[in-house]
Design a protein around this ligand. Structure first.
Ligand SMILES: [Zn+2]
Length: 120
């Protein structure tokens, strides 16, 4: 991450000359292509870790079942190299819980504001 920043900074510094600019553009394109390839390889590797059941209810997941592949939800945690798999029912429940938690927080805020009544 840091080295990327440094090279970007260097590129900005030398952008004055047209020739150099063209050269840099080419090397930048190569870099981002390599980056994309690397990201793809990482994703494929993670896909190899795909669980064969729902993380929450342990319902079996069939990679060859098109409908399941289309409807189940995969959450990739790249930094932990973990792949979590959720069946549609558990996913819906999780979404609802998150929504309720968010709404709960909003209500709490509203109530706190209501504690001090306006003076008339
Ligand atoms: Zn489930």
């Amino acid at each position: 991450m840091r080295s990327e920043l440094v090279s970007w900074w260097t590129i900005r510094q030398v952008e004055g000359s047209v020739n150099i600019k063209r050269k840099i553009r080419r090397s930048q394109a190569n870099k981002s292509k390599k980056k994309a390839e690397k990201a793809l390889a990482e994703k494929v590797a993670l896909f190899g870790h795909l669980p064969n059941k729902c993380l929450t209810c342990e319902k079996p997941f069939d990679k060859m079942n098109r409908e399941q592949v289309m409807t189940w939800n995969v959450v990739v945690r790249q930094e932990e190299e973990k792949v979590n798999l959720y069946c549609p029912e558990c996913w819906d429940k999780a979404i609802k819980l998150i929504k309720e938690a968010k709404e709960g927080l909003l209500n709490k805020k509203r109530n706190r504001n209501a504690v001090s009544p306006e003076k008339e």
